[in-house]
Design a binder for this molecule. Sequence first.
Ligand code: PXL
Length: 282
Amino acid sequence: MINKKVLTIQDISCVGQCSITVALPIISACGIETSILPSAVLSTHTAGFKGYTYHDLTEDFPGILNHWIKEGIRFDCFYTGYLGSSKQIDYVKQIIEHTRKDTSMVVVDPAMGDLGRLYPGFDEIYVNKMKELVSVADVVLPNLTEACFLTGTTYTENYKEEYILQLCEKLRSLGCDSVVLTGVSFKPGHTGVFVMSGGETYYYEHMKYERNCHGTGDVYAATFTGAMMCGCSMNDSAKIAADYTVKAIENTYKDENHWYGVRFEGEIPYLIKMLSVTSKNT
Ligand code: PXL
């Protein structure tokens, strides 16, 4: 039995299959105890719904941290996603500092943009603050858009391997050990994930579906974190997360009414099977 505890810090979008409503079931399905710290509560996510409510929880963070310190609570892994404010990033760094173990892993998904643009409500100040969080990460998990904003690189969808290598190196120079870059495509009809860890690189390619599905970055990051906590290697975790995310997309992309997220739930048994085979061989 695995006895690991993950803290995930990201929003609760009540409806929309993203952030905590994705991370909690996926990491729990991996057999890992999952604690949550909601950065904000929204009626829905912000990508496509109109008139959503937004309740920022930044000012709850110091009290929550003080309580955890008094209780001696510690986590084996921190996995951060969509955060509520720049100030919250300072609090997140304090939470990591005070509730970590020597061996804890920090996974940062700098969830703040896609398709060359920042999500509504994010700006340059937030991007600069996010670089501080990346500097304390063991693994940063951006998409191409986020990688470009974090490194001051011009976003393009027409690139060669050299561009991706430079992006990963610039991200590592911010201070994180490893980069897992999603949505890297070198061939039409295909996309994949590019891993740079130490001096080593690894690329895992898979099918690309033309419809852009929302929430896939969150499914990917949660699965990657769960697999790492199960003892899978970084490259195996990157591959398992890609295969599971692709399955969720395959379950969803033909249904025009299901535009707001991906159906990951039905494939949880497939994820557990991949994990049990891979973690034994890692
Ligand atoms: O999936 C990333 C995400 C998470 N949370 C909220 C979002 C988005 C993307 O738009 O709006 C609230």
